[in-house]
Design a protein around this ligand. Sequence first.
Ligand code: R5P
Length: 335
Amino acid sequence: MRNSPPALLFFSGNSNMNLALKVSKYLGVPIAGMTFERFQDGEIHLKSEVSVRGQEIYIMQSTNPPSDNLFELLIMIDALKRASAEKITVIIPYFGYARQDRKTQGREPITARLIANLIETAGANRVISIDLHAGQIQGFFDIPSDNLTAVLLFAQAFKQIPAEDLVIVSPDVGGVNRAKNLSNLLPGSHLAICSKSRMSKDKVDDIKLIGEVKDKIAIIIDDIISTASTLQLASHEIKNQGSKEIYACATHGMLVGSAIDKLNHSAIDKVLVTDSIQIDPLKLAACPKIKIVTVAPLIGEVINRIHNNASVSEVFEEADVNGVSLFVFDNEVNN
Ligand code: R5P
């Protein structure tokens, strides 16, 4: 660690002000002032209220829809770069457009790469994300990029349950590593995998379960809950196969369309999501199954470490699923 770095400047876009306030509290620094305005046609205008010349800047913004969230981030980076910021680290708790990370057929885009290029071109020097849809998206950046994970937070929530009663279920083949990571943090737990078929982007048609769930407590782990079709179908299949209790956890609670209805009518008893995306309180009120776990201390700690030139990966090595860890700060599941 270097001696007494200059005070850090923490900016936030408008996509998730609740999380920004929590991160600011963890850091013990206020959110740096920025004026946001709109031209009459809707274009964004913004301006830092403080000088950033020669400073290390941290900007947080989730890039979930609407696309204005992404634009706001790009424009913030541009404004601060042009104001002579020394180094800009961008924290993207939810990295949108990540599901199109490869061409599955001709004439399709690779939006994850496009967004990475835009962020880099705007002037970011480093990127921090959480549970990217696919870990290899990190490689779409030519600047340092760290992909944090909320799996430890979820493991903490289930540590009271005897692990041999638990089966961790990946809802699709692409999520097997995530399920394995959670299972490794709950030693003795079992593993099962779903095979999922989709007819269209937002409709899951069939789910087949590979593995034993009978008389076990199932925990389905996914990166995103979008329409909740995946969770609804997977949970019914798991219930049909004899599981006695079903939980779901997903880092990013997008919850679009009839997701709330689907969760309410699913066989899931409780759903954990993080606050990487700001969820409409009306949706939360309509689905008491959903509990929020905050990623604020994780982000705050990582910012502190980057600012002090310390290791980011050690955050995960030092965190202890059973003991007191930095993740416990302000991280009560909101029962
Ligand atoms: C897909 O590959 C993702 O990991 C999620 O399983 C998916 O985005 C969930 O979508 P939905 O909630 O619409 O089923």
